[in-house]
Design a protein around this ligand. Structure first.
Ligand code: HEM
Length: 187
């Protein structure tokens, strides 16, 4: 009988150590309304605006780091899709309390969180379509490339991890989840 190989230790640690934060984020009002089948365009707009406020400063930090072409960093910018959805008349508020994204390890931890969110985005896009809500460019994200983009990110992340930087990557992923949660829950 064939067995799939175990995922690398870093990915296992990231998944298990950040799971409580993921579960907590899934309890937010937007997602609860989505699950209950009564999500409104206003709640969706509010949630998207919040995500923009976090993604935009994260992407500014992403641009300060050097990545090889195999990372597809250009395509991994998604804040502009929220502008496409919302077409805001004025600037949207930015999160003033971001996690530190100075070292490569800190950035990779945050990247794990924001790249991973594309997986849930696919589920959300389908639920919004069912509810007849059109602001879906951001949640559609990489669309049919979502699986391959996630897989290649996980491979590159694994290649970058060493005994020295692993703890810092996991710590940054946990902190990113917590900061994002605090920002989303702030009125
Ligand atoms: C902005 C909030 C969210 C963030 C930052 C986030 C982050 C993540 C991360 C990092 C992963 C990867 C876990 C791993 O395999 O290592 C993930 C997976 C996933 N998320 Fe989320 N997520 C968010 C919201 C949601 C919501 C609201 C849903 C429910 C609709 C959801 C559903 C999923 C699903 C289905 C997976 C794939 C699980 C698997 O393959 O085992 N996420 N998310």
């Amino acid at each position: 009988m064939l067995f799939a190989p175990d995922p690398p230790v870093l990915l296992q640690r990231l998944r298990s150590e950040t799971r409580p934060f993921h579960d907590a984020l899934e309890q937010n009002d937007f997602n609860q309304m989505l699950l209950a089948g009564n999500v409104s365009p206003d709640t969706t707009t509010h949630f998207l605006a919040k995500l923009y406020g976090f993604l935009k400063p994260y992407e500014a930090q992403l641009d300060r780091h050097v990545f090889g072409p195999e990372w597809n960093i250009e395509q991994r910018h998604r804040a502009h899709l929220i502008l496409q959805d919302l077409q805001p008349a004025t600037g949207l508020p930015l999160c003033p309390d971001m996690p530190p994204l100075v070292t490569q390890a800190q950035l990779l931890g945050a990247m794990y969180v924001l790249e991973g969110s594309t997986l849930g985005g696919q589920v959300i896009a389908r639920q919004l379509a069912k509810a007849g809500i059109d602001t879906r460019a951001y949640f559609m994200g990489y669309a049919e490339r979502t699986g391959p983009m996630w897989k290649s990110f996980c491979q590159l992340l694994t290649q970058e991890s060493t005994d020295e930087n692993q703890a810092e990557i996991v710590e940054s992923a946990s902190l990113t989840f917590q900061k994002l949660h605090a920002w989303i829950n702030q009125p």
